[in-house]
Each structure stands twice: as structure tokens, then as C-alpha cells.
Write a protein that binds this ligand. Structure first.
Ligand code: MG
Length: 269
């Protein structure tokens, strides 16, 4: 008896659900009928026309409208962060290598929103572990003379464990990367970054936070992440008003072999 009742209830439920489904279908069809647009041209726009940008010959090569920050020849676009003197990292054979004694370097030009491409190489004879193994970083906006800014971490995590919000591809101590896309030490690796700078009200309060999307070796590792403020080694991130800012590279000062960079360009957006 109970089984029969249960079967009946189940049948009723099925009937009601089917009826709802049919009615929903009818209302959707009616909604479509109320769309009075009949000419495909009504929804086609012809302005503004996107500017023509000639892409680089190879993937990763600078497009025609890029600002070339390092093309292998010199450090004319860079300065020492500490005193603004000419950057003293080593340029040799088309490659830029960290000079840890010279400290951080940053672009002479300031930027707000941009697309950045950069390549780096951890030396094949790298030693050390944890945060002391190929540590550098890209401060997406430099807001001070030390490590102040928003750091996209550079580190060898091919076979090296550390805290996950401090490994390569992290926004240091804020965002764990979505993947570990590390290549082996000795191989060139790429970063492609879309940076949206924070906006501040005139009284210095935050109007909209910074956002960042990062591809590491072509793999998405940060997807429009909303930053909580500037990077802090100890303590929580916070925002302090700033305007257009340089892009800064970190000399971490590890005893292990220093890392190298090449092919750095940016497209202000
Ligand atoms: Mg670092």
C-alpha cells in the first residue's frame, strides 16, 4: 500500500515538473517572439575602430606599439632604485643579470595600466632552497626605495618547496598561483602580465583596488586577482595612495647564483 502511494506521489511530482518545464518553454518562446529586431545590422557597430598593432614576428616578440624596456643592448631605460643613478646590473651578450651589490633597479618611466612581457632564467647551477633559490621579483608598481610595491614573485620552484603564496607565480603573500608552470633551471621562462593599477580618491582613500592577470610560460597563474594592497614580508597588505609608478626588478641578495633577464617590453593601456 505504502509502495503504491509512494509510486503515485512520484508520478504526480514527475507530472508537475514536466508541466513546469513545458510552461517555461512556452514563456521563453513568447519572450523570443517579443524581440522586434529583425535586421542583423541593428546590432553591428563600426566605431571606434581598433588601432592597428603589428605583432612581433614570434610569440613573445614586442609588438609595434610596445615600449622596449630591455632589448639586450643597454640599461638606458633603468635606474638604481636607491639613488636614481644609472642601473648597475650586468649586461652581457644580450642578457641582463642581477648584480646583488647594486640593489633593485626600476624603469625611469612610470606606468599606470599595462601589458608586460619579460623573460628570465634561473642559472642551471642554482643552489639553495626555499626562498633562497633563484629569488627575484617584479614589482608591478614600485612605491618605495626598497621592496615596496606589488611583487610578482620570481623563484625556482621546479623542485623546491616553499610556502605556496610565496612560490613563483604568486603575488607574494597574497595570491597562490593557479598552477606551478616552472621550467628547469637553465631554461628561459616567460611572464606575461596584465596590470590594472589601483585608483585613489583625492583624499587618498581607495577608489578601486589593483588587479592582475599573469601567464607563466603561457599558463594562467593569476586570473584577474584583486590585490589587497602592497606586498609585505611581515604583516598584512594595505593601500597607500600613489600615481603612475616605475616597474621594479628585485636584487634579492641570495648567496646562490644570480638570475638573468631578457626581452622586456611593456604596452601602456
Ligand atoms: Mg622575490
Amino acid at each position: 500500500m505504502n509502495m503504491t502511494l509512494n509510486a503515485c506521489s512520484s508520478l504526480k511530482r514527475t507530472f508537475v515538473l514536466s508541466a513546469i518545464g513545458i510552461l517555461s518553454g512556452i514563456s521563453a518562446a513568447r519572450a523570443q517572439q517579443t524581440d522586434t529586431i529583425t535586421d542583423h545590422r541593428t546590432t553591428e557597430v563600426y566605431s571606434p575602430v581598433p588601432p592597428v598593432v603589428t605583432p612581433g614576428a614570434q610569440c613573445g616578440d614586442a609588438p609595434s606599439d610596445a615600449v622596449i624596456l630591455f632589448d639586450g643592448k643597454n640599461l638606458d631605460k633603468w635606474a638604481s632604485v636607491s639613488d636614481g643613478s644609472p642601473a648597475k646590473w650586468i649586461v652581457d651578450n644580450g642578457i641582463l643579470t642581477v648584480n646583488k651589490k647594486a640593489g633593485n633597479i626600476q624603469t625611469k618611466e612610470s606606468f599606470t595600466n599595462y601589458q608586460l612581457h619579460l623573460e628570465y632564467r634561473i642559472p642551471s647551477n642554482i643552489t639553495g632552497s626555499d626562498q633562497g633559490r633563484g629569488n627575484s621579483g617584479i614589482f608591478l608598481a614600485s612605491v618605495g626605495k626598497g621592496d615596496e610595491g606589488y611583487e610578482l614573485q620570481v623563484l625556482d620552484n621546479y623542485n623546491n618547496k616553499t610556502y605556496v603564496n610565496g612560490q613563483v607565480g604568486s603575488i607574494y603573500k597574497q595570491a597562490i598561483p593557479l598552477a606551478n608552470a616552472c621550467r628547469k633551471p637553465g631554461e628561459w621562462q616567460t611572464y606575461d602580465v596584465i596590470w590594472t593599477a589601483p585608483v585613489f580618491h583625492t583624499d587618498g582613500s581607495l577608489a578601486s583596488p589593483a588587479r592582475v592577470t599573469v601567464l607563466h610560460n603561457g599558463v594562467l597563474v593569476q586570473n584577474n586577482f584583486e590585490l589587497k594592497g602592497v606586498t609585505r614580508y611581515i604583516g598584512k597588505p594595505y593601500y597607500k595612495a600613489h600615481g603612475p609608478s616605475p616597474i621594479k626588478l628585485q636584487a634579492h641578495g641570495d648567496p646562490s647564483e644570480p638570475i638573468s633577464f631578457r626581452n622586456i617590453w611593456v604596452r601602456p593601456l
